[in-house]
Design a protein around this ligand. Structure first.
Ligand code: UD1
Length: 419
């Protein structure tokens, strides 16, 4: 079990560059197999979740190669319609492959997907949406046997604007006969990027970024070269790191327009935040004031993927903060760990009440999931003495060398690798 050892107390200062978004790259990797022609994705993060997705693709006959930080995808020889259960359990986004394999081969066998343990994470909306396209799905022994021979466009209403279900249904419908209208869809920037990508491949899709998406099926898609969007969650994590340490950071390659919910909350309490076209500058006060209330919501609301980090920031802020997690049922696992550092937090169901303390003290803690793990690193930056964060494989799933990035702006983090 590898660990990060953070010696807290330094102020972060300088420039950090954000790479492109994991959640965008994973959806685009799935979408790439909708054409037999080659696809190139630029500036992709070399992180565990991307490697897991590449393993799944390789297993079904798709060739994926790195060329520096670009991914070259060639799915001409895609020939298997079974997603290996071993790989699918590692990464949640294996679920989108259902839609795209169905699009190419009209058939797919899959299992219930893995990913962070942050709640129930059912896939009922995915299945209901696919069935509305006349795809037959048999569930048996944890497997999903899907047959899309008679599939055609249809009307799909999502009971909740699920990101993954929206992506999956788009992918399943792009190559179908007829028109698919999906209502109450997710409006996340990654959905807009997926639409842009597919349109660049010759698909007819409109509406991404609003609550209704219309897909007019086409016979064929062609290859494309595309740059995914920057990672708004990484950018947000860096912004919070700046505020945590009373720092002065310029965060480059990000899109402030995708981060409004975070910036507007932090702006009032953390110092001066200046937005530019593709970067954000934070000049933080030494100790932030508490943000009174934060509630996670689907985009454009406050992202659940930044809840753990902003909650951690409240532990040293001046005042009391109430944080409501509306998206995932068990996304407060980092709270017990933060308490070991001296944080004052009470959790009831989906609400956390955080009373800011002046000082956190280093301790040994465990990362239970990706974003919760990142939150512990941020807290370690502020804590007195040494914080040891175990189980960092979770963090590495979504952050490319977080320790090195933070060290480049003044942090003191050592990685200990157990072989
Ligand atoms: C995606 C992101 C994840 C982010 C989440 C919410 C990827 C790879 N992951 O996850 O980082 O935290 O969006 O912004 O892009 N739900 C159902 N039934 C379903 C599907 C979802 O009830 O069939 C529920 C979930 O349990 C959850 C909520 O809907 O409570 C949101 O989930 P969803 O938007 O689907 O998240 P993911 O696509 O899994």
């Amino acid at each position: 079990m590898s660990r990060l050892i953070v010696r807290g107390g330094t102020k972060l200062q300088g420039e950090l560059e954000v790479y492109n978004a994991k959640n965008c790259v994973l959806a685009l990797l799935a979408a790439s197999i909708l054409t037999e022609e080659k696809v190139i994705l630029h500036k992709c993060p070399m992180i565990a979740d991307v490697y897991s997705m590449i393993k799944i693709l390789d297993d079904i006959g798709v060739k994926v190669e790195w060329q520096n930080d670009s991914l070259l995808i060639d799915s001409q020889l895609l020939n298997r319609y079974e997603i290996s259960p071993n790989y699918a359990k590692e990464v949640r986004s294996s679920i989108f492959l259902m839609g795209s394999i169905l699009g190419r081969l009209k058939k797919v066998n899959a299992v219930f997907p893995g990913g962070c343990d942050i709640g129930l994470r059912p896939i009922d909306l995915h299945l209901k949406g696919l069935r509305a396209l006349n795809i037959s799905i048999q569930e048996y022994g944890g497997y999903l046997y899907c047959d899309g021979q008679s599939a055609h466009g249809g009307a799909v209403h999502l009971d909740f604007p699920s990101v993954g279900a929206t992506e999956n249904i788009i992918l399943a419908s792009v190559l179908l006969d007829g028109i698919t209208v999906i209502t109450n869809v997710a409006k996340e920037p990654e959905i807009v990027a997926l639409q842009d990508f597919l349109v660049a491949m010759g698909a007819h899709i409109s509406g991404a970024g609003t609550s209704t998406i219309v897909v007019e099926g086409v016979k064929k898609l062609h290859g494309v070269e595309f740059t995914p969007i920057p990672d708004r969650i990484i950018a947000g994590t860096y912004l919070i790191a700046g505020a945590f340490t009373g720092g002065d950071l310029l965060i480059k390659n990000c899109r402030p327009q995708d981060m409004k919910a975070l910036i507007s909350k932090m702006d009032d309490c953390c110092g001066r935040i200046t937005e530019y076209h593709d970067c954000i500058h934070i000049k933080s006060v030494p100790r932030p004031t508490s943000i009174k209330a934060i509630e996670t919501q689907p985009f454009p609301g406050f992202p659940t993927d930044l809840q753990t980090q902003i909650l951690a920031l409240q532990t040293i802020s001046n005042g009391v903060s109430m944080i409501v997690e509306n998206i995932f049922e068990t996304r407060f696992k980092h709270v017990a760990e933060l308490t070991k550092l001296g944080a004052d937090i009470v959790v009831r169901d989906r609400v956390a009440l955080v009373r800011g303390v002046k000082t956190l003290r280093g301790a040994e803690v465990f990362a239970h999931d990706l974003r919760g793990g990142a939150a512990l690193v941020l807290a370690g930056l502020r804590a007195e003495g040494q914080t040891v964060i175990n189980n960092i494989r979770h963090i590495d799933r979504g952050y490319y060398k977080l320790d090195e990035a933070l060290n480049s702006v003044g942090a003191d983090i050592v990685r200990e690798v157990d072989l």
